[in-house]
Design a protein around this ligand. Structure first.
Ligand code: 9MJ
Length: 713
C-alpha cells in the first residue's frame, strides 16, 4: 500500500516537472511517449485505489462537464484594465503624469524606472492558489465579477496545479491564456477536416476553448498561459519591484514571458516598443502591444488610479493588423508568366500602420473558400511587412446594401484577350497569349533575347523596358524592324550602341531551330525539349502541321509494341518523341492554336529568321558523348555544344568512363587530365567540326561570311 502511495507521489512530481519543462521552460527533457507511459502508470495506481487520488494529480486535470452556465466569481481585488497609448506623444504624457504624481507625493523621481513587457493577445484570467494548490480560476468579466472556468483552466498544462516550493494561504496570479499560432493553425486544420467551424484567430480560439462546458473539449485545445501580475496575496512576502515579482512567479513554476526589460525614461519605453514591434512577426504567439509598469510596487498607491485603470501602467498598442472595409471590386492582374491573380480593390483602410487599397486574393479557389462576394464587408489583414490579404467576409452584413456580385474568373486574358487555361491539379489560370500579351511582353522579350535563346547581345532588362515603354517593340518580330536612326533617338543610346544593337539583332536571324523554339517561351518547352522537337521537325511550319492526335496514338501504339517485345526478350523499336509527354503536347497545341502566336511567328519568318535544316545536320555524332573543356579557337563552349547536339551527339559536363571524346581548347585543366587517366580520345575544335561535317569558320560568332545554308526567308 505504502509503496503504491510513494510511487503515486513520485509519478505526480515527475509529471508536474515534465509539464513545467515543456510548457514553462520550453525545454522538455523526456520524449512525449515517456510522459504518456508514466501518466498511464499513475492512472492505474489511482484506479486500483481511489483513496490515492490527490487534487494536484495530473490525472485530475480533466474533470466533469458543468451543466448550464459558469458560476460567478467575485474578484477580491479588481482585475484592472489598462489605459492605452497609440502614439509616442501619449507615452510621453504618461511618463510626465507619473513624474508629476511622484513629485507631488515627495517620492524620489530620480529613481523612477519602468518594467516593460509584452501585451499578450489572449484572455485574461485570475488563478487562485490556496496553500499552494490551484483552487479556482476565473475570467476577468467586468473586473469585479468574472466566470468560474476552473475546470477548463485545470486542463491547461502550462498552468501548475501546485506551486513549486511555497504554499501561501492565498496567492492570486493574473495573466493571459492564449494559443500559439502554429497550434491555432493545426487546430483549424483539424476543424476543417472534421467539417467543423474554423476559428477566426488565436485569441478567438483561446476564448472559445476556455468557455467550453465540457473540460474534455478544452483539454484537447492547445492552450498556454503567461503570468504578468498578482491579485490577492496572504501569507507570502512578495518582491518589491515588478520585474523581480515576475522572476519570483517564474521561480514558483508559472510561465512568464521572456521578452521583458527594465528601462529608464520615455526613450527607453519607446525603444522597447520599437524592438518588440520588429520581433512581433517572429514570436510564436500574437501580441497587440507592449505594457509599461512602474518598477517600484510600493509606489503604486501613491501614483493611484483613474477609474478602473492604474496610473502607474500603460498599454502601448501596435497598429491593428486587421480592419474592416468594403470589397469594392475584384480585378485580375496578369503576371510576367501569364499567371492571372485576382486582386481585391478595397475601400481605403488604415491597417498595420499603412493605408491599404489593394490586397491579394491568390486564386479563384481562395475566393470560393473564403466565400467572398463583391460588395461584402471584409476583414483585411496586414501583419508586419507581409502583403495585405483579405482574411474573410462578414456574411452577417449581407442584408445591407450595396448589392453583392459573385466573382468569376475571366475566360479571356484581361490584358490581351487571349484564351486562359487552368491545368489539372493547378490552382492558377494562365493567359496563353505568350509573346502577344503586353503583361508578359517584357519578360518574353528578355527570354527571347537571352544568350541560350536568340543570343542578342546588349538587349537586357533596361533596354527592353525602354523599347516596350516607347512603343517601339510589342513582339519579338518588332525587334527585326528596328533601325539605327530610331534607336539612336532613345535616351542613353548613342549612335554606336544603336548600331551594335541592330547588328546583334541582325546576327540572331541565323540560328538553330531548337534555339528559336526555346526562345518562343512556350510553357514546358525548355532547352532540352526544344532540342528533341528540333530533331523531328525542321521548322515551325512542320510543327504547326503536326496532327497531334495521330502522333499521340502512334506513340501509344509504339510503346505498347515495345512492351510486347520486351516481354519476349526482343530488341525494342523507336518511339516517336519519346521524351515529349502529354503536358508538353497540350502546351504546344495551345500555343500554336493561338492566332496571335501564329501571327508573331509568321512575322518572324518574314523578318528573315532562318534555321539550319535538319537534313543538313544529320546524325553524324549520334551515340557519342562529348565533354568540351578550355577555350576553343573560334567557338564559345555553348556553340561547340550546339554543334554536337545538332548532329545528334550528347554533351556531358564531367569526364567519366562513358565519355567518348574530350574536346580540348586552351587551358583545359583537370578534365583533360582525367581524360588521359581514363584513356579517352582528346580532340580539338577542328576535328570536332570535321566529324560533324561543319567547317569551324561557319561557327565563328562574329563572322559575317556565314555560309550555312538557310531556308529562304
Ligand atoms: C497583457 N495583456 O499582456 C497586463 N497584460 O497589468 C500585461 N495585461 C495588466 N499586463 C495590469 N502584460 C492589468 C493588466
Amino acid at each position: 500500500m505504502d509503496t503504491a502511495r510513494t510511487r503515486a507521489a513520485t509519478l505526480r512530481e515527475l509529471l508536474a516537472r515534465y509539464d513545467h519543462e515543456y510548457y514553462v521552460l520550453d525545454a522538455p527533457s523526456v520524449p512525449d511517449a515517456e510522459y504518456d507511459r508514466l501518466f498511464r502508470e499513475l492512472q492505474q495506481i489511482e484506479r486500483a485505489d481511489p483513496a490515492l487520488v490527490e487534487a494536484d494529480s495530473p490525472t485530475q486535470r480533466v474533470g466533469a462537464a458543468v451543466s448550464g452556465a459558469f458560476a460567478a466569481v467575485h474578484h477580491p481585488l479588481p482585475m484592472l484594465s489598462l489605459n492605452n497609448a497609440f502614439d509616442d506623444d501619449e507615452v510621453l504624457a504618461f511618463d510626465r503624469r507619473v513624474r508629476e504624481r511622484l513629485t507631488e507625493e515627495g517620492l524620489p523621481v530620480a529613481q523612477l524606472r519602468y518594467s516593460a513587457e509584452l501585451k499578450y493577445d489572449g484572455v485574461a484570467v485570475s488563478l487562485r492558489y490556496e496553500r499552494g494548490l490551484l483552487a479556482q480560476a476565473a475570467t476577468r468579466g467586468d473586473g469585479t465579477t468574472g466566470e468560474d472556468v476552473s475546470a477548463n483552466v485545470r486542463t491547461v498544462r502550462a498552468i501548475p496545479l501546485r506551486l513549486l516550493g511555497i504554499a501561501p494561504a492565498v496567492l492570486e496570479v493574473r495573466g493571459e491564456v492564449l494559443m500559439y499560432r502554429r497550434d491555432f493553425d493545426r487546430l483549424n486544420e483539424r476543424q476543417r477536416a472534421a467539417g467543423e467551424r474554423e476559428f477566426v484567430n488565436p485569441r478567438n480560439a483561446a476564448a472559445g476553448s476556455l468557455r467550453q462546458l465540457d473540460p474534455a473539449v478544452t483539454a484537447a485545445r492547445p492552450l498556454r498561459f503567461f503570468a504578468y501580475g498578482v491579485g490577492e496575496v496572504a501569507g507570502a512576502a512578495l518582491p518589491g519591484a515588478h520585474s523581480t515579482l515576475l522572476d519570483w512567479l517564474a521561480g514558483i513554476g508559472l510561465p512568464v514571458g521572456a521578452e521583458r526589460s527594465v528601462v529608464d525614461g520615455p526613450q527607453g519605453l519607446l525603444g522597447f516598443h520599437r524592438r518588440m514591434q520588429s520581433l512581433r512577426p517572429r514570436l510564436a504567439y500574437d501580441i497587440d502591444g507592449v505594457v509599461y509598469k512602474v518598477e517600484r510596487r510600493d509606489w503604486y498607491d501613491a501614483i493611484g488610479f483613474v477609474a478602473r485603470a492604474p496610473r502607474f501602467a500603460l498599454a502601448h498598442k501596435f497598429p491593428a493588423e486587421e480592419a474592416l472595409t468594403e470589397l469594392l471590386d475584384i480585378e485580375v492582374q496578369v503576371g510576367r508568366t501569364g499567371k492571372l491573380t485576382p486582386v481585391a480593390r478595397l475601400h481605403p483602410v488604415f491597417v498595420g500602420g499603412v493605408n491599404v487599397t489593394n490586397a491579394t486574393l491568390h486564386n479563384e479557389d481562395e475566393i470560393a473558400r473564403k466565400d467572398l462576394l463583391i460588395g461584402d464587408t471584409v476583414v483585411v489583414r496586414r501583419a508586419g511587412d507581409v502583403i495585405p490579404e483579405v482574411v474573410r467576409a462578414l456574411p452577417e452584413r449581407r442584408g445591407e446594401p450595396p448589392p453583392r456580385r459573385i466573382f468569376t474568373m475571366p475566360r479571356a486574358c484581361p490584358v490581351c484577350g487571349s484564351a486562359v487555361v487552368r491545368e489539372e491539379g493547378e490552382a492558377d489560370w494562365r493567359c496563353v497569349g505568350g509573346l502577344y500579351c503586353a503583361a508578359q511582353r517584357k519578360q518574353a522579350l528578355l527570354h527571347f533575347a537571352q544568350r541560350r535563346a536568340m543570343d542578342i547581345d546588349g538587349l537586357g532588362e533596361k533596354r527592353v523596358d525602354q523599347l516596350v515603354d516607347a512603343g517601339l517593340v510589342r513582339t519579338p518580330a518588332d525587334l527585326y524592324r528596328l533601325d539605327v536612326a530610331t534607336l539612336a533617338g532613345l535616351q542613353r543610346m548613342g549612335a554606336t550602341s544603336a548600331a551594335s544593337l541592330v547588328e546583334a539583332i541582325g546576327r540572331s536571324r541565323r540560328t538553330g531551330f531548337a534555339r528559336f523554339l526555346f526562345a518562343l517561351g512556350i510553357r514546358h518547352v525548355g532547352e532540352e525539349v526544344a532540342r528533341v522537337l528540333a530533331q523531328r521537325y525542321a521548322d515551325t511550319d512542320a510543327l504547326m502541321r503536326e496532327d497531334w492526335a495521330a502522333l499521340v496514338a502512334a506513340k501509344a501504339a509504339a510503346q505498347k509494341d515495345n512492351a510486347r517485345r520486351r516481354a519476349r526478350g526482343e530488341p525494342v523499336g523507336p518511339v516517336p518523341l519519346e521524351r515529349i509527354g502529354p503536358e508538353i503536347v497540350a502546351s504546344l497545341q495551345r500555343f500554336f492554336g493561338e492566332p496571335h502566336n501564329r501571327q508573331v511567328i509568321a512575322e518572324l519568318q518574314r523578318a528573315g529568321i532562318g534555321f539550319v535544316r535538319q537534313a543538313d545536320a544529320g546524325e553524324r555524332l549520334a551515340g557519342r558523348t562529348f565533354v568540351v573543356t578550355g577555350m576553343l579557337p573560334t567557338m564559345s563552349r555553348e556553340q561547340a555544344h550546339e554543334v554536337i547536339r545538332r548532329h545528334g551527339g550528347t554533351v556531358a559536363s564531367s569526364v567519366s568512363r562513358k565519355t567518348d571524346y574530350v574536346v580540348a581548347g586552351q587551358a583545359p585543366g583537370a578534365k583533360l587530365e582525367r581524360a588521359r587517366e581514363l584513356g579517352i580520345a582528346v580532340i580539338d575544335e577542328a576535328i570536332l567540326c570535321g566529324m560533324a561535317g561543319e567547317s569551324t569558320q561557319r561557327q565563328a560568332p562574329d563572322n559575317p561570311n556565314l555560309s550555312v545554308k538557310r531556308d529562304p526567308a
